[in-house]
Design a protein around this ligand. Structure first.
Ligand SMILES: NC(=O)c1ccc[n+]([C@@H]2O[C@H](COP(=O)([O-])OP(=O)(O)OC[C@H]3O[C@@H](n4cnc5c(N)ncnc54)[C@H](OP(=O)(O)O)[C@@H]3O)[C@@H](O)[C@H]2O)c1
Length: 327
């Protein structure tokens, strides 16, 4: 009989955490071997509670997909919460995992760890080579600390305790479970909502902030989940062969980007909104380009599966079922 590992998915109600649970189930992992706790049941910033949870549950593996996440506005307004909560969540989980015999852990970070002016596409070795984007610096610093926590525990306890803690850095993610908040959502959910509302109200046009020329990369959430499980399952020798002990993180992207104008036109097609799309060039654009170099992930055997149109169609269906009625 196969003994499946007991897996703790931290943040299982979030967009990415819920997709990781779905992915594990699709791959045949038994539901009873997946451990979850809601934020109310277990506040991951509380060290004693996290230690008690690990001591009681003794999971074999951990996917660390819990984080305080938000857009530019939230990051600017609550920088203390972003740095404190994310540092605490990571430090508590990594240390409690180590103390309770967890051999395998996957930490989820973000592309914002890279310097604001990193060469494009951004390679893993761009980490700590320059100043960060100031708006989300506290969040990015916490995410960099998460990578360094995993690396430091590996370096100190890897040999003696068989630790193998890994990190993945995804690009912009979208899909079912996304946040459609009117003032505080990422570009894809924001545009889905705006085009949908314009369609329903038969508005003649939609105006989008900026020139529409910046280029961005997007990853469907189920691809992120599948890539996470793939990286978790890689044999240690393979992982070590493609990483260095102080440069262990792996970018997760689909390898190509498109302009905001192209994105908006694609979303309008998916939503079936036929009004005019205009751009307000007096509003800020952000960086001209943000693309990950995902060749490390590709060399490790993972290529994204879901194309943008198929992903946007699934995201729009999720919006219609779970969000449109509540607007
Ligand atoms: N979404 C993206 O585009 C994107 C891009 C790159 C990287 N990522 C990374 O992927 C990871 C997951 O992101 P996501 O988009 O899935 O975020 P999300 O939807 O906001 O999910 C985060 C989850 O963490 C939980 N959580 C937060 N603080 C907690 C605490 N103190 N104790 C217990 N649970 C807590 C949240 O629960 P509550 O909601 O109840 O607080 C939520 O279920 C993050 O590390 C993020 O940096 C996401």
């Amino acid at each position: 009989m196969i003994m499946h590992p007991k897996i703790f998915v931290a943040g299982h109600r979030g967009m990415v955490g819920s997709a990781i649970v779905r992915q594990l189930l699709v791959q045949g992992h038994p539901a009873e071997r997946i451990v979850t706790r809601t934020h109310t049941e277990l506040d991951l910033t509380e060290q004693a509670a996290v230690r008690a949870f690990f001591a009681a549950e003794r999971p074999d593996q951990v996917y660390l997909a819990a984080a305080k996440v938000g857009g530019i506005h939230a990051n600017n307004t609550y920088p203390a919460e972003f740095i404190y909560q994310n540092l605490m969540i990571e430090a508590n989980i990594v240390d409690a995992a180590f103390r309770n015999g967890v051999k395998k852990l996957l930490f989820l970070g973000s592309s914002c760890i890279y310097p604001k002016l990193a060469p494009q596409p951004m390679r893993e070795d761009a980490l700590l080579t320059g100043a960060l984007e100031p708006t989300n610096e506290p969040y990015a610093i916490a995410k960099i600390a998460g990578i360094k926590l995993c690396e430091s525990y590996n370096r100190q306890y890897g040999q003696s305790h068989g630790l193998d803690y890994r990190s993945v850095m995804p690009t912009n993610i979208y899909g079912p479970g996304d946040n459609y908040h009117p003032q505080n959502s990422h570009v894809i959910p924001a545009l889905i909502r705006r085009f949908h509302e314009a369609k329903v109200s038969q508005a003649p046009g939609v105006t989008i902030w900026g020139t529409g020329t910046p280029k961005r990369e997007f990853l469907y959430v189920d691809d992120m989940a599948a890539a996470s499980v793939h990286v978790m399952h890689l044999p240690q020798a393979t992982y070590l062969q493609h990483t260095q002990s102080m440069l262990t993180h792996i970018n997760v992207g689909c390898g190509h980007d498109l302009t905001i104008k192209e994105l908006a036109e694609t979303i309008a097609l998916v939503v079936e909104y036929s009004g005019e799309i205009t751009f307000d060039a007096s509003k800020p654009d952000g960086a001209p380009r943000k693309l990950m170099d995902s060749s490390r992930l590709n060399a490790l055997g993972y290529q994204c599966q879901v194309g943008l149109v198929a992903g946007l169609e699934a995201a729009y269906q999720d919006f219609l079922i779970n969000h449109a009625a509540h607007t």
